[in-house]
Design a protein around this ligand. Sequence first.
Ligand code: BTN
Length: 249
Amino acid sequence: MTFAVPSPFRLVHLVEAVSTQEEAGRLARDGCPGWTLIVADRQTGGRGRFDRPWVSEPGNLYATLVLRPDNGQPPPGTSIGLIGLAAGLAVWEAASTLAAGAGLALKWPNDVLLRGAKLSGILVELSGSCILVGFGVNLAHSPRGLPYATSCLADATGQSPTVRDCLDVLLPRLQIRLEGFLTAGFEPMRADYLSRLSGVGETVTVYRDAAKLDRVDGILRGIDDHGRLLLECDGSQETISAGDVVARP
Ligand code: BTN
């Protein structure tokens, strides 16, 4: 795959990587410029949140973006977790262009759902003064055998966008949302995020650990200034930093 990406992105394309997160971390330590984007056709050790494996067969998008914010910090008064929310919003916007009217929603913090099944996941990590934003977007395949339902854009449109089709739409949205976040914080995009967030006002269960031993039930009320989930539980408010939200029937 050789194609141009718009400035400020710089593409590093790999046929195979263990994980684009590891490649990005290595390049970041070696001093690569901000907005370097590592894309792999497949990963042999792709990973997701909670250290879950991320199935990475050819045909879907596996990419990590290296950001170098000024001073190595997100804007004052914001926090790094909000970058994932901004990136998730950009993926939602790209998916809604590729599959208009297909029943897309955000699941806190930064998954995109297609008809309630996971289409995309994002992993945000720090490497020195860089922020690594990893994206997995299911274009051609819905991975099977996972403890949650999955979907792919081919399910919605009948044909699979290529990785290039997806990047053509995704990169401009990412630039707008991430530059916006790095200069002005999350507030200007909060309403856009919330209007696409699934489960607001509904009773949900949030599992706070991968083993699903630590759960809390409540009504999803929104997010706070740090992007944490606000849950109303028997009249009191819980603030949740990390977890897996599951809709309750
Ligand atoms: C999640 O669990 O929802 C986050 C999944 C993130 C997967 C992407 S694929 C590209 C990058 N490389 C990885 O190993 N993980 C991220």
